[in-house]
Design a protein around this ligand. Structure first.
Ligand code: LMR
Length: 386
């Protein structure tokens, strides 16, 4: 049996994490995996999450199963956080990846011949999950490497080709890997295309709070779901609550009636029976306690502002070191990532000569920088691109 197995394609993000761990050099800089780090290089437990854990520990009297779709308090809180009003079918999932997997499973049940349209580029796990589920996929143009901005004309032209019943995957904010986000006018254009092509949006919301703010990051999604009859939203709590290892996410479906909830609940049962509850309960505790929610929003916004400041400092340092505006887009991008537009050889030189790790497509995690490493990175980029 097992001799029939073939090795799996390596996951580049996980491989880079291992290479960084194995590098014995002292001053190495990790700009690889999308994890927030503070000025001391730690990924802290957020204050409100720590306090929620204390309160939960004191109040919890049982570990018996919750509901098959997940704890109703968590689902209500997440619908409110993402959509504003707490409507729509929803299930708790293990992380944002779990939510995406369940979204693709639901699409397969509803419309197995649908094509899922992905932005080019996108998070590498998107195409991998779609292949695993056995759905068809295609890409639409999204990013212009030459300018570091969007390829709006290419994107809209490609989306005009989607068929009725196809699914368009959109990053709700903080596009991974490029950092280039759609503007309100682009979202409006996408909504018109979705409506007249009869396609369904699947919004991946993995970084709510890291772009323009918790509320502002959700606005395009909130608007879009009112403009189309049906939508899917996969949201992750890994980054904005800093609970990466707890595996906490939610899949929300708007439109479609009770049969959607029924199918989502069945998908949970088939995949893992009841969804994990610990992280979901932490999130629900934060979002249903006024003091904790206010503190969580304040801490997250501080993190967001710190990352915007790092972007601005890096853009200034790069302008000085490279004597050009080539990397000015770094200050415009939002979220954890920017794709710098370096060649694979330049990315390798950064790693080999300077101990600076970023993905092979030159995606860097801004949150891996500190005030001290910004000039180090700018100098290294100037050297490898000279
Ligand atoms: C990333 O893109 O680095 C994160 O989403 C982590 C992951 O699981 O890939």
């Amino acid at each position: 049996m097992f001799d029939a197995l073939r090795p799996q394609a390596p996951d580049m993000i996980l491989r880079l994490m291992q290479m960084f761990r194995d590098d014995p050099r002292g001053g190495k800089v990790d700009l690889g995996v999308g994890v927030y780090r503070d000025a001391t290089g730690r990924t802290p437990v957020m204050r409100a999450v720590r306090e929620a854990g204390r309160r939960m520990w004191a109040a919890e009297e049982t570990k018996v199963y919750t509901a098959m779709p997940g704890d109703p308090a968590f689902l209500d809180a997440m619908r409110r956080l993402v959509l504003g009003p707490d409507t729509g079918a929803a299930i708790a999932t293990p992380g944002g990846t779990g939510a995406l997997r369940q979204a693709f499973e639901l699409i397969r049940l509803a419309r197995p011949d649908a094509t899922i349209w992905l932005p080019d580029p996108t998070w590498p796990n998107h195409p991998a999950l779609i292949s695993a589920v056995g759905l068809r996929q295609a890409t639409y143009r999204y990013f212009d490497t030459a300018t570091g901005g969007l390829d709006v004309d290419g994107m809209m032209a490609d989306l005009e080709r989607v068929a009725a019943g196809d699914v368009i995957l959109l990053h709700g904010c903080c596009h991974n890997p490029t950092g280039a986000d759609l503007r309100p006018a682009h979202w409006a254009h996408v909504a018109r295309i979705l409506a007249h092509r009869g396609a369904l949006p699947l919004i991946d919301m993995a970084y709510q709070g890291f772009g323009e703010g918790v509320e502002d990051d959700a606005l395009p999604t909130r608007r879009l779901v009112t403009q189309v009859p049906e939508a899917l939203i996969a949201a992750s709590c890994s980054k904005n609550f800093g609970i990466y290892r707890e595996r906490t996410g939610v899949l929300i479906a708007t439109g479609g009636g009770d049969v959607v909830q029924d199918n989502l609940t069945a998908l949970n049962r088939l995949a893992y029976s009841f969804p994990p509850d610990h992280g979901a309960r932490l999130v629900a505790t934060v979002l249903t306690s006024a003091d904790l929610e206010a503190d969580w929003r304040a801490e997250l916004d501080g993190i967001r502002r710190g990352m915007v400041a790092l972007r601005e400092a890096l853009a200034v340092a790069l302008r000085a070191e490279c004597r050009s505006d080539r990397f000015g887009f770094v200050a415009e991008h939002r979220g954890m990532f920017s794709r710098l537009g370096l060649s694979p050889a330049e990315v390798e030189a950064l790693r080999d000569r300077h101990g600076i790790y970023m993905l092979g497509d030159s995606r860097m995690n801004v949150a891996g920088l500190t005030a001290d490493t910004v000039p180090v990175l700018a100098r290294a980029i100037a050297q490898v691109t000279a």
